[in-house]
Design a protein around this ligand. Structure first.
Ligand SMILES: Nc1ncnc2c1ncn2[C@@H]1O[C@H](COP(=O)(O)OP(=O)(O)OP(=O)(O)O)[C@@H](O)[C@H]1O
Length: 757
């Protein structure tokens, strides 16, 4: 289904290449109204499956009136209101609010000139009534004293309970009234109330309506109200009847009843609906039919027919309504003209002003209060970095110990260690197999004796041991012969002095560790023999000498390799979880929308979260580094402050990533999928658990463009090599992290600003 084809003018004033210039008088008329909607078209869904919600809808809300917007559930009232407050964008058509188009400097939206009460409660459940009103008052620029005075009045008017009660402990109706109080608090020029009286008892409902009537009596306030209680709109100045994406009628309640010869508003609505169902798409035609049907009975309706015909010709139903002015009782009050939009002066100071101090004060106070009220979140915040660092340091990277080796000692059957009276400093020339085995078991492996090779092999095959160690029967003799004969040693001596090792290589880490330990045991055995027999150690060692390492310990461990990346990942993803969670609570409960309508900018919301969560994240970074370095002995050769700054930057990057995720995703489930879904790719592709040098060539190039790759390398260089900011490996990590922070922040602001339905 498509929006009805009408000659529409887009924002630039062109129609299919033809430029239409709206008449000066028409534009002027629109600006004099509190709200004017012209040929509004709004669809949801994809191109192939369009769901038309607003279908060339016109609406005119004159200043100083109560406009009751009526229509069946799902007819698009909320959609229309959110387009009016600038939270959704029309597919085509125009909206003018308080003299300008929503979002432009000349309009009242977003800003304190508008008070918006959304259909959802849109309040922080953890806050008390007092705190809630204080927050919305500060957002609107009121001082605490003004808030207190107005709060006392509203508590009484709306019959709210003790103001120190938490919002979440109030009934649904009470919560709705707190939401209403927050909207009334700063006396906005335009009040937009989406079903404010749901769940409110009839006596209080009447009291609220009396207050609304009182508010508009001086003509400075305009109210748009949607309700399902048609009866209560009798007190509205104008009623707009919406159906099928169109405005069927916009009249005063008494005129509606008279004009459509009805006893109740329901009846009038029913008649209009029946006619609309017959396929009469133009409002004027519908009305003409009603009039024709009733003309005989009600002669006055002839005038209406005339009026409708005029509307048809002009196509500007709303503006004619104002010209007609029949719907608005003339109280004699002169309405101040709103300055035309293009006359609003924008100075260079306006461009520089990126945050408003009272907005920031309210937002930061609210964030801190929210965090202090959410004990679970605080515990999560404090405990998670400690737990995760502990789990990592205690479980990852340490050498496996107690690995079983099936030993077949043919030289000394059944012997896997030297006897107690064996003195390793004596120059023995026999029973050397036990000497080597002692060095092997010193590497914390468990040697198990087997009688023959077949049994030992079977044990490995069954997974009872990691490898077979097969020592030939005359091992010592042949070994001595091999050393003494040197290059003249024959094959019998050479083969007879070889210890055969057959490993289960299915586990790369264990196989590599055992291979290393066989070599280290041999090195230690040779050195000991050389020393005890007073020969040069070089004679018995390989002609490749590993001197003291330039960086790192002689025997590096995986913990030290992985720790930098893991520390960054912990802080990064905890920040992602915290920020995306907080932002989604705000978004999903409509609180963010409400704040944005009240004039708070997306940038201010994000900045306030950056400021408050930054404090938490610095604490987390300190804890991670303290536990890793001081409790679990992760090796540090470089400057800890440089390391800390890099970890904090990564946390900030995680925060901004969290913002982007929460802005991009519409619900918590998608955000969780995205955040969790990005965790493993980051860990795998950013060189955290394996060097990027071993990666697929293409992925390796991709990896350098990910937020944790260069920072991990950088932190590794700081901690493991002691390099400083003058090294390009180190500063590259800082630059890349800063760049990602900017990218995510920009993406979040843009999504928040432009992602409207
Ligand atoms: N984001 C969205 N995506 C797709 N469809 C939507 C979206 N928001 C609303 N709709 C649909 O648009 C239609 C109008 O919804 P809307 O909330 O504006 O109605 P309403 O008149 O305010 O209803 P109610 O009186 O029950 O609040 C409904 O069919 C709804 O399902």
């Amino acid at each position: 289904m498509k929006c009805s084809k009408v000659l529409t003018k887009n924002m630039s004033g062109t129609t299919g290449g033809r430029r239409l210039m709206p008449q000066q008088s028409t534009v002027w008329a629109r600006r004099q109204n509190a709200v004017a909607v012209r040929r509004a078209c709004k669809t949801y869904g994809s191109k192939s499956n369009k769901h038309v919600i607003l279908d060339s809808l016109n609406m005119t809300v004159p200043k100083g009136c109560i406009y009751g917007l009526l229509g069946a559930s799902g007819c698009g009232k909320t959609t229309l209101l959110s387009c009016i407050v600038g939270r959704r964008r029309l597919n085509s058509g125009e909206i003018w609010v308080l003299g300008g188009q929503p979002g432009s400097r000349g309009s009242g939206v977003p800003g304190p000139r508008v008070g918006y009460m959304p259909q959802e409660i849109a309040l922080y459940g953890e806050f008390t009534i007092r705190e809630t009103l204080k927050y919305f008052g500060w957002v609107a620029g009121m001082n605490t004293e003004e808030i207190k005075t107005k709060m006392d009045f509203l508590l009484d008017l709306l019959q709210l309970p003790f103001p120190d009660r938490a919002v979440k402990n109030l009934s649904g109706g009470q919560q709705r009234r707190v939401s209403m109080a927050a909207t009334f608090l700063h006396d906005p020029e335009l009040l937009i109330l989406d079903e404010p009286t749901v769940g409110v008892d009839p006596v209080l409902r009447q009291k609220i309506w009396d207050y609304l009537v009182d508010l508009v009596s001086n003509k400075t306030t305009t109210i748009i109200i949607t309700t399902h209680y048609i009866d209560e709109t009798k007190q509205a100045t104008t009623i707009g009847l919406m159906r099928g994406g169109k405005m069927l009628a916009e009249e005063s309640p008494t005129e509606l009843l008279q004009r459509y010869n009805s006893e109740s508003l329901e009846d009038a609505f029913l008649k209009l609906s029946i006619l609309q169902n017959r396929g009469k798409r133009r409002r004027s035609s519908i009305t003409s039919n009603i009039i024709a049907a009733n003309a005989a009975a009600i002669p006055e309706l002839q005038d209406v027919q005339e009026f409708e015909t005029q509307s048809e010709i002009s196509g500007e139903f709303g503006d004619n309504m104002v010209a007609n002015k029949s719907a608005i009782p003339d109280t004699g009050t002169v309405v101040d003209p709103v300055p035309p939009e293009d006359e609003v002066e924008v100075t260079w100071r306006d461009h520089l002003k990126i945050v408003t101090p009272h907005h920031m004060k309210a937002l930061i106070w609210k964030n801190l209060l929210w965090m202090s009220r959410n004990f679970g979140v605080m515990m999560f915040t404090v405990a998670m970095p400690i737990l995760q660092t502990t789990f990592f340091c205690l479980s990852i990277g340490h050498d496996p110990v107690g690995l079983k080796l099936a030993v077949v000692n043919n030289e000394l059957p059944g012997v896997i260690s030297c006897p107690n009276n064996y003195n390793s400093s004596d120059c023995y020339m026999s029973d050397l197999s036990c000497r080597y085995l002692d060095h092997l078991s010193a590497r914390k492996h468990q040697l198990v004796s087997y009688d023959n090779y077949d049994e030992a092999w079977y044990a490995v095959k069954k997974g009872w041991a990691w490898g077979v160690v097969d020592i030939p029967s005359n091992f010592s003799d042949f070994l001595i012969q091999r050393i003494e004969d040197g290059r003249f040693a024959d094959d019998i001596a050479l083969n007879g002095s070889d210890i055969d090792v057959q490993l289960d290589m299915s586990n790369q880490q264990i196989a590599a560790l055992l291979s290393r330990d066989f070599y280290l045991a041999l090195e230690a055995f040779s050195a000991e023999m050389a020393e005890s027999c007073n020969v040069s150690a070089n004679l018995l060692s390989l002609p490749v000498k590993f001197q003291d390492p330039i960086f790192g310990p002689r025997i590096p461990n995986f913990t030290n390799f992985a720790a930098p990346g893991v520390m960054l990942t912990i802080v990064f993803f905890l920040s992602v979880a915290l920020t995306s969670g907080t932002m989604l609570v705000e978004r999903n409960e409509g609180i963010l929308e409400r704040c944005l309508v009240s004039g708070i900018t997306a940038f201010e919301v994000l900045s306030s979260h950056v400021m408050t969560q930054f404090v938490v994240m610095v604490g987390q970074s300190l804890m991670v580094i303290f536990f890793a370095v001081y409790v679990y002995d992760v090796a540090v050769t470089g400057n800890l402050v440089t390391a800390l700054v890099l970890i904090i930057l990564s946390g900030t990057c995680g925060m901004t990533f969290g913002f982007a995720v929460s802005c991009f995703c519409d619900d918590e489930r998608n955000a969780t999928y995205l955040a969790l879904g990005s965790f493993l790719p980051f860990v795998m592709l950013c060189g955290i658990i394996w060097p990027v040098e071993g990666m697929n060539k293409f992925l390796r190039s991709v990896s350098y463009f990910l937020p944790l790759t260069l920072s991990t390398e950088s932190l590794r260089s700081v901690l493991g090599r002691g390099w400083g900011l003058d090294s390009h490996q180190v500063y590259a990590g800082f630059i890349s992290t800063l760049a990602w922070i900017l990218i995510y922040l920009l993406a979040s602001v843009l999504i928040l600003k432009y992602k409207k339905g």
